[in-house]
Structure formats: structure tokens, C-alpha cells
Design a protein around this ligand. Structure first.
Ligand SMILES: [Zn+2]
Length: 220
């Protein structure tokens, strides 16, 4: 997957440049644990901080609107934090959407009658806990399978006594699948999903569903 990086883009943190654009590529200096932050920042630069993409309302002095970034495919369903999956939304739209899939939210917004909207929401809340298998929800073309031996990792992974690890274990045991794909750069350098890699290593799972960002590169 190619992410759109604004020309001349730089991301500065504590007076250090930790990411920058070069020939359409996003270069990340080592791994600073700021990957999500950079993805949010790029999205705001592309799509702005002033307009809700769902209801079309615009932030103004008369009607101040707090704009946040919504995960189009919700995080709880494996939706990654990358510009393709982020969209500026006002608080009202963001909280109304909750963890609906884009299709569900489109269908919900098409309903005009208040009572029917309520019915839709009730039905959604009744079934939402059954639809957590992201494999059926994220676009197929985003995901590939990466052999674990091809992955590069900069940090020493060992701690299995974390809430995150236990959640992944619980999810994998129940669904025989990871709760979300991991994200790597063009050489297989892991940007997001370290705990998943650790779990896979410990359990001899050979391949991990991966989103490969072809124009992102970690440099040293
Ligand atoms: Zn809105």
C-alpha cells in the first residue's frame, strides 16, 4: 500500500525531525514509538482540521466544532491507523458511528425517520459483538501474509505478562486469528503490532497478516 505523503513533509518532536518526505517516500528515523502520531498528523495535513467529512459541518466562531479523526474501519475491528483509514469527523458523528463498519454507518445515515434510526442502532448494538472478525471487514487488497522470518524488529520483545499480550492470546485462542493486521515498512520493519509478533513467535505461528507500506522506510 502506498500512503500519500505531502511534499516537503516533516514531523518534528522535541526539536528533532523524526520523519520526513523524500521523493514521495516517508522516511522514519529509527522507531520513536510515534508511528500513530505521524499518521494522524499526515491525515490532518491532507484533509484539514476544520470540516467533518460525515455531516459536512465546518468549525467556525459561530459554531465551534471539535474535529477528531475517525477510524473508517473501526479499530475494534482491526482498522489500522493509516491515512487511508482516517477521516476528520466532528464529535457527534464520531460518537454516533461508534464501531460501525463504513457500510453500516452509510446505511444508518440514509435512514431519515428517527424511530427507524433508533431501531437500526438497537440492532447494531445487539449484533456488534459478533462481527469482530476483521478478516471479513477490511479490504482484501490491504492485507498480505508475511512469514515471521521476514520481519525486522528493533526492540527486544519478551514481556508476556502484559494486558495487551493476554488480550491477543485470548483473541487468538477464540478466533484462531489476530485481532488486527500488523503494519510494516517496505523492508518488513515492524511499525505497529509488536505484541502480535511476540505472540506469533512464542506459539510458532509462521505467518502474520500484514499491511505493507511500500513507500515508508525506517532509516538509521
Ligand atoms: Zn459531523
Amino acid at each position: 500500500m502506498i500512503i500519500e505523503v505531502p511534499r516537503g513533509y516533516t514531523f518534528v518532536k522535541e526539536e528533532n525531525i523524526i520523519a520526513f518526505e523524500e521523493n514521495g517516500k516517508l522516511k522514519l528515523l529509527r522507531r520513536h514509538g510515534k508511528f500513530d502520531e505521524i499518521m494522524y498528523d499526515i491525515t490532518y495535513r491532507q484533509k484539514g482540521r476544520n470540516k467533518c467529512y460525515y455531516c459536512g459541518r465546518v468549525n467556525s466562531e459561530i459554531e465551534p466544532l471539535k474535529i477528531t479523526l475517525d477510524h473508517i474501519y473501526p479499530r475494534s475491528l482491526g482498522g489500522p491507523t493509516i491515512p487511508q483509514n482516517l477521516i476528520p469527523a466532528c464529535r457527534k458523528c464520531n460518537s454516533t458511528k461508534e464501531n460501525m463498519t463504513p457500510e453500516q454507518f452509510r446505511a444508518y445515515r440514509r435512514i431519515k425517520v428517527v424511530e427507524q434510526k433508533e431501531l437500526f442502532r438497537r440492532e447494531y448494538f445487539r449484533t456488534k459483538y459478533f462481527q469482530e472478525r476483521w478478516v471479513h471487514i477490511l479490504p482484501d487488497e490491504w492485507i498480505s501474509q508475511t512469514p515471521i522470518s521476514d520481519l525486522l524488529i528493533s526492540i527486544d520483545l519478551q514481556d508476556t505478562n502484559t494486558t495487551k499480550y493476554k488480550k491477543i492470546k485470548e483473541y487468538y485462542t477464540r478466533c484462531q486469528q489476530f485481532p488486527n493486521p500488523i503494519i510494516v515498512d517496505n523492508r518488513g520493519f515492524v511499525l505497529d503490532g509488536f505484541t502480535i509478533v511476540l505472540y506469533a513467535k512464542n506459539n510458532r505461528i509462521r505467518e502474520i497478516p500484514t499491511i505493507v507500506l511500500e513507500n515508508v522506510e525506517v532509516i538509521f
